[in-house]
Design a protein around this ligand. Structure first.
Ligand SMILES: C[S@@+](CC[C@H](N)C(=O)[O-])C[C@H]1O[C@@H](n2cnc3c(N)ncnc32)[C@H](O)[C@@H]1O
Length: 278
């Protein structure tokens, strides 16, 4: 890691250790986007049968101890963001509502941009409650209005019953004239339907709670430009770093687990060599 501004900060850097120790060494306002996928406060040790990797998500001190763990780390993430930067915090029903309150305090509620719902169908269904089939991603910006945000488009417009022009393009007739649909489809909403990684997915590296690359692709594309710095201080198997690298962003990653960092290194090497081959 080289030195900038008298403190350690360089890019395409992967560190094994407690993320707080890394973040306090980094200068203010150096990151364009931070994605945080911490343990979710499930009260279990997270593991996946394939590969046998594990990470702890047990909090003997209860919710207070979980929030005490997160608070200084989220404060650092706030400090590290550029005025144009954004933070994506990935959680589920276990603690998201408490972390929302914490983030409102740190960022100011005016800087809350979105709650993205990642909806999926995988896994079992209970007979005793509505099956829990979504994660929440809280999005905060450092300074509302200054923040970087690119509209992404996906899917198709519903064009049944529309008028068509001489070139066959559908349009709506309005008082102001013809309203054409964007050729790349509608702008993404805050509900993202996307499958969980299947057990046979070629992306799977056997790490529990590994996120799909397609999810990180959306996040990174909407919040950054090529060359920007993307940070993931709970990087696990390195999904964010691999996607950032593929999209031409700089990246910085950290995880306390040696196994996770080993997997992330392997994935990054694989991604770099497949880029060379293509
Ligand atoms: C939900 S997993 C991240 C999964 C990752 N997004 C992926 O796609 O593989 C959470 C990670 O946080 C790591 N972690 C927990 N406490 C940490 C700490 N204090 N510093 C760094 N990493 C930590 C765990 O080891 C675990 O790998």
């Amino acid at each position: 890691m080289s030195r900038r501004h008298g403190k350690q900060c360089d890019y395409d850097w992967l560190e094994c250790g407690d993320n707080l120790q890394l973040m306090v060494r980094m200068p203010d306002s150096c990151c364009d986007l931070v994605y945080a996928d911490p343990p979710f406060f499930t009260g279990k040790r997270q593991s996946q049968s394939k590969g046998g990797h594990k990470f702890g998500d047990n909090w003997p001190g209860g919710l207070d101890s979980y929030l005490e763990f997160l608070k200084p780390r989220l404060e650092q993430m706030h400090r590290l963001l550029k005025p144009t930067g954004s933070l994506y915090v990935h959680l589920d029903w276990h603690a998201v509502h408490y972390v929302k309150v914490l983030l409102d305090e740190i960022f100011g509620d005016r800087n809350f941009l979105n709650e993205v719902i990642w909806s999926y169908r995988t896994g079992g269904r209970s007979r005793r409650w509505f099956a829990r089939k979504h994660d929440s991603i809280l999005v905060y910006v450092k300074q509302m209005g200054k923040h970087k945000f690119h509209v992404l488009r996906d899917g198709e417009f519903r064009t049944e019953g529309m008028n068509y022009d001489e070139k066959g393009r559908p349009y709506k007739s309005t008082k102001k004239g013809r309203l054409y649909f964007h050729p790349d489809g509608p702008a993404l909403t805050d509900v993202w339907e996307m499958p969980f990684l299947s057990t046979v997915s070629s992306e799977r590296v056997g790490y529990p709670a590994q996120k799909p690359e397609a999810l990180l692709e959306r996040i990174i594309k909407s919040g950054t430009d090529p060359g920007d710095l993307v940070a993931d201080f709970f990087c696990g198997s390195g999904t964010t770093l691999v996607v950032a690298q593929r999209l031409g962003r700089q990246w910085i990653g950290c995880d306390v687990s040696k196994e996770a960092v080993g997997l992330a290194r392997k994935r990054l090497r694989g991604a770099a060599s497949s880029k060379k081959r293509s």
